[in-house]
Design a protein around this ligand. Structure first.
Ligand code: PLP
Ligand code: TYF
Length: 396
């Protein structure tokens, strides 16, 4: 039976990390996968996380199963992060949240829930989008269509083209939106554009599904939620799949959440029963540790302030690297305008480097970036910057 199984292609991003690990060159630089690195090139555990873990180690009395929906307190703090302190829709009990294993798990639960329980069978994703989106949604049985987003020539988005494509969507179709720090382009909608997207979803009865994996990596925790909150104000129903892999540095704890907002409390509760059924058939209930860490930090004013400061430090270091990157390329004699890099948000930059240039960077200089030309700016440091910019100047 197994002899007939064919070889699956490697993940375009995670597969690159495997190739990187096998590379023996000492000066190699990994700017592929989106993992935050500090100035020393490390991804240490946040201090706030270490303190929460120490606290948990002391007070933890059981490893008993969590409920299907996960840590209760966690689900409440997730809603506060998403919708803010005084959210009307939270007060009206229109939102229900289940802990999920990472943003990926949250997206898959949302997709399974939709495919099984609703007439929504088509999902529109931006062109380009995170490589795993199509894989997740198609595996769940949804049809994936693309809306225009990025224009290579201008290194910017084409909002009119995005709206024109979404205007072709049918009532009940799902629209995947990156809440902030669009992966891979780093280009986000402004608040006026978010309102127009909300309006379009309302008028055409489209269902927004927010992928929110980088809250706090753009302009700030509250600032980065403005698009989501603007859309949630307009539409009666939406879904959010959020992740704490990046903003809490909890990558391997697999911690995220799926949140459903319905028109009223009764519909939210009924829908939640089906979300729980989806979870039960996939992994029964989530692992506890990540949810306990996040809820412990956010319930403690001191730890919360420490986390916010650590998140700000990550955000500001990436912003500094953007500026330094643009300046260093210029200093290496690159004549093309790369100033767009300093206008992009979050971990990634769509460099405009082509496949051949990406291959040369890897083969000749041991610098790894994704084939699309996406650079993880979060992997740049003052130490590796000169070598990276020299190499880019060579391949251009
Ligand atoms: N969505 C986007 C846009 C991402 O970049 C990522 C990255 O990991 C995820 C979802 C998945 O998050 P997680 O690693 O928590 O599964
Ligand atoms: O885009 C990235 O680099 C991150 C990490 O299948 C990632 O989102 C990449 C691929 C993948 C899972 C996570």
């Amino acid at each position: 039976i197994f002899s007939q199984v064919s070889q699956a292609p490697a993940d375009p991003i995670l597969g690159l990390t495997d190739t990187f690990k096998a590379d023996n060159r000492a000066h190699k630089v990994n700017l592929g996968v989106g993992i935050y690195k500090d100035e020393a090139g490390q991804t240490p555990v946040l201090k706030s996380v270490k303190k929460a873990e120490a606290k948990l180690l002391e007070i933890e009395k059981t490893k008993n199963y969590l409920g299907i929906e996960g840590v209760q307190a966690y689900n409440q703090v997730v809603q506060t992060l998403l919708f803010g302190e005084n959210s009307e829709l939270v007060k009206q009990h229109r939102a229900v949240t289940a802990q999920a294993p990472g943003g990926t798990g949250a997206l898959r639960v949302a997709a399974d829930f939709l495919a099984t329980n609703t007439t929504s069978k088509t999902i529109w994703v931006s062109n380009p989008t995170w490589a795993n989106h199509q894989n997740i949604f198609e595996t769940a049985g949804l049809t994936v269509k693309q809306y225009q987003y990025y224009v290579a020539a201008t290194h910017d988005m084409d909002f009119d083209a995005m709206l024109a494509d979404l205007d072709q969507a049918s009532a009940g179709d799902i629209v995947l939106l990156h809440g902030c720090c669009h992966n891979p382009t780093g280009i986000d909608l402004n608040i006026e554009q978010w309102k127009l997207v909300g309006q379009l979803c309302l008028e055409k009865s489209l269902l927004p599904l927010f992928d929110f994996a980088y809250q706090g990596f753009g302009a700030g925790i509250e600032e980065d939620a403005q698009g989501l909150r603007a859309v949630a104000k307009v539409v009666p129903e939406l879904l959010i799949a959020n992740s704490f892999s990046k903003n809490f540095g909890l990558y391997n704890e697999r911690i995220g959440a799926v949140t459903l907002v319905a028109e009223d409390k009764a519909t939210a509760e009924r829908s939640f029963s089906q979300i729980k059924k989806t979870i039960r058939s996939n992994y029964s209930n989530p692992p506890a540790h990540g949810g306990l860490i996040v809820s412990t930090i956010l319930a403690d004013d001191m730890l919360k302030a420490e986390w916010e400061a650590e998140l700000a430090e990550m955000r500001e270091r990436i912003a500094q690297m953007r500026t330094l990157f643009v300046d260093s390329l210029k200093a290496e004699g690159v004549s093309q305008d790369f100033s767009f890099i300093s206008r992009q948000n979050g971990m990634f930059s769509f460099s405009g480097l082509n496949k051949e240039q990406v291959n040369r960077l890897r083969d000749e200089f041991a610098i790894y970036i994704v084939g699309s030309g996406r650079i993880s700016v979060a992997g740049l440091t003052k130490d590796n910057m000169p070598a990276v910019c020299k190499a880019i100047a060579q391949v251009l």
